[in-house]
Design a protein around this ligand. Structure first.
Ligand code: NAP
Length: 420
């Protein structure tokens, strides 16, 4: 079949979100680009879209609505237009500022390392933000999942995501080994692959700045800098130093380092101050299991954040209910944490909760809190009543197993009830 020429047309009604100095200017009918994704993507995105629309209608009556703008990416875009990530799609997200996406399959060979990484890098979405909290009723491997309620800010452009590495035996790897030996008197085995881990002051500070601002805006109590600075002093250690600097210089009025709490306030946090503390990455894993209530917002480098966010998600019931946002200075793209699970494609079977909670994050980002709260509460009430998809039903005694679309209808009905 010949490829089609891609011409994207935004919806006829709706307006652009504008980027102002003071923040986003969101109209009452923002145009939101929507990537439906691959595999189970269309099923979960359809479910989430109906739930988000219902939440907006329930919170604002007819005063506000989202003008969805479907844009292609992934396997279908490749099949139709010969490009997994068409420039027009990137252009639409750039132009309309905030988007929602379903999961995309990563091509196994050639091309992009990952479409998601390409999206984050091209749009400079440097903060990968993951709220991790428990929905009552969701089966969890820990005794008290309700004690964990954190938001992880993971740097999304540097560290291992910079993707600077050379295979063993290549001219580049040999040359790097030679430079290390001759110029820095550092011996590296000749049969080594070489990777470079860049962590910059700019990249670290903008990430920590975003985490602290989030903590202030959302009434959070602490920001913990998670690092491996005891071993990697000039990358991970520097991340910690720069994090404390941002707090001290830019947020002096609203933050206090933990050391000062101990030295000058007898261990009692002064009212209205957000505590800035730091924890070494390996310790952080046991802290989240043993003393989860002591942590609130975490800010961390790329690789630490990768491991931590999946481990934390497991504590509250796994990837099926975990959502995330990729956020830059203004642009943002929200998505579920899980992948495209191709074996369940078009079966109307999987759990759309993570995609719906990505919608909750998006509504919060738009400043439409009333709608976000309604959607989150509706999801909680449906799961709490044990109406769930197969993944949770198999772990919940007495559950009623429903399809993706039926779960979505139950969430919409829960909001209709609440709105009246
Ligand atoms: P996956 O798609 O997340 O699926 C792994 C398993 O997790 C599924 O077989 C299923 O478990 C469970 N699962 C995932 N989503 C679920 C949902 N909504 N409801 C219920 N159960 C769910 O991981 P994968 O198989 O490793 O990856 C498939 C593709 O997705 C790959 O191409 C990968 O690169 C891509 N991916 C994309 C993203 C993204 O777009 N952000 C993220 C991760 C992976 P059971 O088999 O036990 O039922």
């Amino acid at each position: 079949m010949p490829l089609e020429r891609l011409v994207l047309r935004p919806p006829e009604t709706g307006h652009k979100i504008l980027i102002a100095e003071s923040g986003l200017r969101v109209p009452d009918d923002p145009i939101i680009p929507l990537i439906e994704g691959d595999g189970i993507g269309p099923d979960v995105v359809r479910a989430a879209r109906s739930a988000i629309d219902a939440a907006v209608a329930s919170a604002f009556g007819g005063r506000r609505r989202i003008a969805w703008y479907p844009v292609p990416a992934g396997e279908r875009a490749m099949f139709q237009y010969g490009d997994m990530l068409p420039e027009a799609t990137l252009g639409a997200i750039r132009e309309y500022v905030v988007g929602l996406k379903g999961p995309l399959t990563t091509p196994v060979s050639g091309g992009f390392r990952s479409l998601n990484v390409a999206l984050r890098k091209t749009l400079d979405l440097y903060a990968n933000v993951r709220p991790v909290y428990w929905i009552p009723g969701v089966p969890s491997p820990v005794t008290h999942p309700e004690r964990l309620d954190i938001v992880i800010f993971r740097e999304g452009t540097e560290d291992v995501y910079a993707g600077i590495e050379w295979e063993k035996g290549t001219a580049e790897a040999r040359r790097m080994i030679e430079i290390l030996d001759k110029e820095f008197h550092t011996r590296v085995r000749a049969d080594s692959g070489i990777g470079v881990k860049p962590i910059s002051e700019t990249g670290s500070k903008r990430l920590v700045r975003k985490a602290i601002r989030y903590a202030i805006d959302n009434g959070r109590k602490s920001v913990t800098l998670v690092h491996k600075g005891n071993i990697m002093k000039y990358t991970e250690g520097a991340f910690r130093t720069w994090g404390y600097e941002v707090a001290k210089i830019e947020f002096r009025e609203s933050t206090i380092p933990w050391d000062d709490v101990v030295k000058s306030h007898g261990g009692k946090i002064p009212d209205g101050k957000i505590v800035i503390k730091d924890v070494i990455a390996d310790n952080m894993f046991q802290q989240l299991l043993l003393r989860p209530e002591e942590y609130d917002v975490l800010a961390t480098t790329n690789l630490n954040g990768d491991y931590l966010s999946d481990a934390a998600a497991a504590q509250i019931g796994g990837l099926g209910v975990a959502a995330g946002g990729n956020i830059g200075d203004a642009h943002a793209l929200f998505e579920p944490v899980h992948g495209s699970a191709p074996k369940y494609a078009e079966m109307d079977k999987v759990n759309p909760t993570a995609e719906m909670l990505a919608g909750v994050m998006m509504l919060e980002y738009l400043g439409w809190r009333e709608a976000a709260v309604r959607l989150r509460s509706a999801v909680k009430s449906v799961v709490g009543s044990k109406v769930v998809t197969y993944d949770l039903a198999r772990l919940m005694p007495g559950a009623k197993e429903v399809r993706t679309s039926a779960f979505a209808r139950a969430v919409v009905d829960a909001m209709d009830g609440a709105g009246r």
